[in-house]
Design a protein around this ligand. Structure first.
Ligand code: NAD
Ligand code: UFG
Length: 345
């Protein structure tokens, strides 16, 4: 029996593929490479010494997705495929609703048709909007502040309706906090297209000299140093959370949401400081106006995931910085840096 990984060529998907293969799961990957590169999957194969089928398919192409279900005996789906840039979602809401919601509807319709009822879904801490209290537990109020967040919230609700309609479903919605870091091999990591939106890839681009300085978006929040506080989680810890969630989904029925975070918040300036120490690189920065839509503080209460999945994070902020930097240094042009990878530098 096989695990179908949608969006498996992406940042979190590729790291999860490694963990799935290392725990002896058979996988197949479906991706349209709209925000990724097939090279990530080549590297997953080299890293694990294991082969798997890869389908270059758009989730919106129902006929092609159906072929994947016909050709394989699928036991469960881990559904990463989605668009994730908050700013872009404000500019192109239809594109986001179509891709994320239609993609999930097509996927779940086919899962239903082929009697595949086990699903792990990539949700996001963004479903908590601007939280009234931190740490945030799963039963905190849910609301979205932008179209991207609304796609996650709507999909969570669609999945709840699906379970109500048919109690054979077993679904975990995983609410990720802020994934950073990379595999310790330096072979796979985060490879954003264009200028990064997120803090860690922006910092690593400053460190390589591709960008000149970091804009710190606001230092007048009600946080200890005035800059935004987030729950940064190592992507390998996050990937391992998927293995635990898959185990739970395969062994029970029902629908649950889990926070995947460390429970510890760090400010922008604390992350800059930790990165400078870990990399030995100076990160010049200036204080810039607040970014529209940003919140002051967001960190998880991860107790439910520990209790029900037996999962906790183990990697420190220092390891996150070291691994992000190793990946960026070895791959200054991301997956296009084939020469550096081949020569092992
Ligand atoms: P990513 O962009 O690196 O990976 C997503 C993958 O999905 C990409 O490979 C992309 O090509 C693929 N994809 C998108 N639309 C597709 C479609 N219609 N058909 C087939 N493939 C498609 O993003 P990521 O950081 O790995 O995130 C994975 C999931 O986790 C996303 O759903 C994202 O919204 C969610 N998430 C990410 C973060 C984060 O900060 N990285 C935080 C919370 C939630
Ligand atoms: N920041 C800067 N400068 C930058 C980029 C970010 O100061 O150039 C600050 C932000 O203001 C924020 C913090 O760094 O305080 C983290 O910002 P990110 O963009 O890295 O992450 P966000 O918390 O804004 O959002 C991320 C994902 C969302 C997801 C959310 C919760 O981008 O998709 O985490 O999981 F919903």
């Amino acid at each position: 029996m096989t695990i179908l990984v949608t969006g498996g060529a992406g940042f979190i998907g590729s790291h999860t593929c490694v963990e799935l293969l290392n725990s002896n799961h058979e996988i197949i990957v479906l991706d349209n490479y709209s925000n990724s590169n097939i090279e990530s999957l080549n590297r997953v194969k080299r890293l694990t010494g294991k082969d798997f089928k890869v389908y270059e398919v758009d989730l919106l192409d129902k006929e092609k997705v159906e072929e994947v279900f016909k050709e394989n005996s699928i036991e469960a789906v881990i559904h990463f495929a989605g668009l994730k840039a908050v700013g872009e979602s404000v500019e192109k809401p239809i594109y986001y609703y179509q891709n994320n919601i239609m993609g999930t509807l097509i996927l779940t319709e086919l899962m239903q048709k082929y009697c595949v009822h086990n699903l792990v879904f990539s949700s996001s801490a963004t479903v908590y909007g601007d939280p009234k209290e931190v740490p945030i537990s799963e039963d905190s109020p849910l609301y979205a502040t932008n179209p991207y967040g609304r796609t996650k919230l709507m999909i969570e609700e669609i999945l709840r309706d699906l379970y109500v309609s048919n109690n054979n479903w077993s679904i975990a919605s995983l609410r990720y906090f802020n994934p950073i870091g990379a595999h310790e091999s330096g072979l796979i990591g985060e490879d954003p297209k264009g200028i990064p939106n997120n803090l860690m890839p922006y910092i690593t681009h400053v460190a390589t000299g591709k960008l000149t300085e970091l804009n710190v978006f606001g230092n007048d929040y009600s946080t200890p140093d005035g800059t935004g506080v987030r729950d940064y989680i190592h992507v390998v810890d996050l990937a391992k959370g998927h293995i635990k969630s898959l185990g739970k989904v395969l062994s029970t029925k029902g629908i649950e949401a889990y926070n995947l975070g460390t429970g510890q918040g760090y400010s922008v300036l604390e992350l800059v400081d930790a990165f400078e120490k870990a990399s030995g690189q100076k990160i010049p920065y200036k204080i810039a106006p607040r970014r529209s839509g940003d919140i002051a503080e967001c960190y998880a209460d991860p107790a439910k995931a520990e209790r029900e999945l037996g999962w906790t994070t183990v990697k420190s902020l220092e390891e996150m910085c070291i691994d992000s930097w190793r990946w960026q240094k070895k791959n200054p042009d991301g997956y296009l840096t084939k020469a550096a990878y081949m020569s092992g530098h």
